[in-house]
Design a protein around this ligand. Structure first.
Ligand code: NAD
Length: 423
């Protein structure tokens, strides 16, 4: 449990999940364990009021957050989420997982995350732009190309990054492309960024499947969350011969044991905003998603989805965490006991931040790479990082999650120790 006075979390909150994950890694940190408390605190948390004028002339206020969890290894890096359930505690957990993720793939970043408590689907495009610009101005005191670099997350995209980049640039009086990643291509964005997180899920999934002798050809895949991450991962698995047998999003759940036709499902989702009503599948009760017969399950929506009860029902051999924090520690234990392999979020969905790093590097050098170069480098980094984590898991006989935390926390705390405490 937290020792922070401003945190009042329930045992199933994302921050409590993160703390439990840190507690599990402490025995493997050796002498660095004396610094472990560092991981249980956020360096900096900014809460901002975001007032905007709505199209009808009224004024609305929204709560905004930017949290920098740990900056020992470099500038903060992490997405910005627009969602009605965003809280400070959630953003703290997401920022902390970014610290772990960035260190796990050895990117020269600390961890950060931001969010606004808002239902963006209820705002017009102009209102969304005003919201984004005011939020960016408010957090402008702590972000910057060398301080903290936001990126897209749930309900944010390249257009929102363009507004953030423009607002920050107007405030500092110079075009600062490196202040955000996930931008449109002609504004310094990187080829391959949009699908990078899903590609990373696929690459780690492909490697994990190979290790457990699961053939992707004909493998049955169920995906929760059919947005950027879930749909990109689904397309790549489908392209490797797997069948997408079920998909769930905020509009409903659909299933087809013979496989969903991705060529018609993707336009349906784009045009209607969700999977519901897709003609080539049966719709089913949302809770029945967890009973679907499948080989691979990809939670790619929100946190805290797999509790102990759902973990007991899952039929898959392999769980690939596209979302951040989808599995509660109790769910993790049940999956482990049942011999279901979990590739944890902190490595599984690291493809997005890896290509964000490529984008940031390309912006600084003003020299842009081809999509093939980006995808090849991404593949190599993800495979190398996963191999190191797997070796650590084998050495200590621990889960891939605890092994990822062990590799990452060692890097973070070594940096902390070498830098020393100021003053
Ligand atoms: P997105 O907004 O593109 O998609 C989110 C999806 O989740 C949508 O399909 C939505 O309908 C679905 N969803 C929302 N509430 C749901 C519910 N209650 N039940 C089922 N489905 C629901 O967001 P995204 O970028 O794909 O992010 C998804 C997850 O991946 C998040 O946990 C995010 O933090 C994580 N992630 C994203 C990136 C990235 O680069 N975008 C990187 C790493 C991790």
């Amino acid at each position: 449990m937290s020792t922070l006075s401003y945190v009042d979390e329930s045992p199933s909150s994302p921050w409590a999940t993160y703390l439990a994950q840190v507690d599990r890694v402490v025995p493997y940190l050796g002498p660095l364990a004396r610094w472990a408390e560092t991981l249980k605190r956020c360096k900096r948390a900014l809460i901002v009021d975001v007032p905007i004028e709505l199209d009808d002339g009224s004024v609305a206020h929204f709560e905004g957050f930017r949290v920098q969890h740990n900056l020992s290894r470099g500038p903060g890096k992490g997405g910005v989420r627009y969602h009605p359930d965003v809280t400070l505690e959630e953003v703290m957990a997401l920022a902390a997982w970014m610290s772990i993720k960035n260190a796990a793939v050895n990117l020269p970043y600390g961890g950060a995350k931001g969010g606004i408590r808002v239902e963006p689907k209820k705002l017009s495009t102009k209102e969304l732009e005003r919201l984004t610009r005011r939020y960016t101005s408010e957090i402008g005191i702590i972000i910057g190309p060398q301080q903290d670099i936001p990126a897209p997350d749930v309900n944010t995209n390249a257009q929102i990054m363009a507004w953030m980049m423009d607002t920050y640039s107007m405030n500092v009086g110079a075009t600062a492309t490196g202040v955000v990643t996930g931008k449109p291509i002609h504004l310094g964005g990187s080829l391959g960024r949009v699908k990078a997180t899903g590609r990373g899920v696929f690459v780690t999934g492909r490697e994990a499947a190979r290790r457990i002798n699961l053939n992707l050809q004909g493998a049955r895949v169920a995906v929760q969350g059919f947005g950027n991450v879930g749909s990109s991962a689904a397309e790549l698995f489908h392209g490797s011969g797997a069948k997408i047998v079920a998909a769930q999003d905020h509009t409903g759940t659909i299933a087809n044991p013979h496989g969903l036709d991705m060529a018609t499902l993707m336009p349906h989702v784009r045009e209607t905003g969700g999977v519901a009503g897709f003609a080539g599948a049966e719709s089913m009760d949302n809770e029945a998603f967890w009973d679907v017969e499948c080989d691979i399950l990809i939670p790619a929506a929100l946190e805290s989805q797999i509790d102990a009860a759902r973990a007991r029902r899952i039929k898959a051999r392999l769980v690939l965490e596209g979302a951040n924090g989808p599995t509660l520690p109790v769910g993790d234990d049940v999956l482990g006991d049942r011999g279901i392999l979990v590739v944890p979020d902190v490595i599984c969905n690291a493809g997005g931040v890896t290509v964000s790093y490529f984008e940031w590097v390309q912006d600084f050098s003003s020299f842009f790479w081809t999509e093939d170069e980006i995808n090849l480098r991404l593949d190599k980094i993800m495979v190398g990082a996963l191999r190191r984590i797997w070796d650590t898991a084998d050495q200590h006989k621990i889960s891939l999650r605890t092994a990822t935390f062990a590799v990452a926390c060692e890097r973070i705390l070594m940096a902390r120790q070498e830098r020393g405490l100021y003053p």
